[in-house]
Design a protein around this ligand. Structure first.
Ligand SMILES: [Zn+2]
Length: 310
């Protein structure tokens, strides 16, 4: 097992994701966090405060509610402050961006100054229909491909996000869709990050969940996708937000902790072998859901809650 990189995380409250104005993604509630009109000085001050006392880290992840490479969201002066901080300390910088803001200029403005830049792009799904109708991503797979090759050509490392279980897919379809997306992402990515949907406030996913039309993915599904990714020969990481809770990826409650631990160990060790998971009776229920959900009227629903209902 190799050395585990010390990672720091900074979350900047920016003016928000450009896509929020065009409807936002169905599972994304981050825009609630954003501040209207956060300018360069404000962001630089937020950054200075956030890294105070952070110490030495090998990689600094700087998250916004949208795209670091969108200069309306992160003005050039603020980006430069962050970049200089990382370059002076020899710290890698990871930023996120929607594909449309990834250009040779925008990536080159980072890689031209600092040689340890990683750009994370949400591919989510390798199916244009899922991107359009389930996620409302306002991006095609071709858009992602172009952005991905731009990052690589400009000397950056590429991390791709793969989404597990956007709305309107059955559990089985979601597993298949995430595996296909990971395979596509592996064509260009240095790292693939599998992100099981968690139910965020104010989203379409939350509205569906409230009327039993959505269940966040099973941890068994996360395990299934990660095991399928073992053969991709890429670094695959997964840290399910809200894992084990009703709004996050979860199983029966009894086996969740042990499975989350094994997912975490697997991510850190970058093992290519199958995950070691405990046995639990809920595996049968998950398998039943995988087989039968597609036959329910209307397609997707939270079958587990129906099973439990009086
Ligand atoms: Zn269980």
């Amino acid at each position: 097992m190799g050395k585990v990189a010390e990672t720091g995380v900074v979350i900047l409250r920016t003016s928000g994701c450009a896509h929020a104005a065009s409807g936002a993604c169905t599972m994304c509630g981050y825009n609630i966090e954003s501040v209207r009109g956060a300018g360069a000085d404000d962001l630089s001050a937020q950054f200075a405060k956030a890294v105070e006392g952070l110490g030495d880290v090998e990689l600094l992840k700087v998250y916004t509610s949208g795209s670091f490479l969108d200069d309306r969201e992160v003005p050039a002066e603020a980006a430069r402050t962050i970049l200089d901080w990382c370059r002076e300390r020899g710290t890698g910088l990871l930023v996120e961006s929607r594909a449309e803001f990834v250009t040779e200029e925008s990536v080159g403005a980072l890689t031209g100054v600092h040689d340890d830049i990683e750009v994370a792009i949400g591919l989510e799904s390798a199916n244009d229909k899922v991107l359009k109708y389930s996620i409302n991503k306002n991006m095609t797979v071709a858009d992602y491909d172009r952005a991905a090759s731009t990052v690589k050509r400009s000397g950056g490392k590429l991390r791709s996000y793969v989404l597990l279980k956007p709305p309107f897919l059955t559990e089985a379809e979601a597993v298949e869709d995430a595996i296909a997306a990971a395979r596509h992402a592996a064509l260009q990515s240095d790292t693939i990050s599998l992100n099981p949907v968690n139910i965020q406030k104010g989203t379409l996913v939350e509205r569906l969940w409230k009327v039993w039309a959505y269940r966040s993915p099973w941890l068994w599904s996360v395990v299934e996708v990660l095991n399928a990714c073992a053969s991709l020969d890429r670094k695959v990481v997964c840290d399910p937000t809200g894992g084990g809770k009703e709004r996050g990826a979860h199983n029966c409650g009894g086996c969740d902790g042990a499975i989350l631990d094994s997912i975490k160990d697997h991510s850190l060790a970058q093992s290519r072998s199958a995950l070691k998971t405990p046995e639990c009776d809920c595996h049968d229920l998950w398998q039943t859901v995988m087989e039968l959900e597609g036959f329910t009227v209307g397609g997707t629903c939270d079958l587990q809650r129906f099973f439990r209902a009086p």
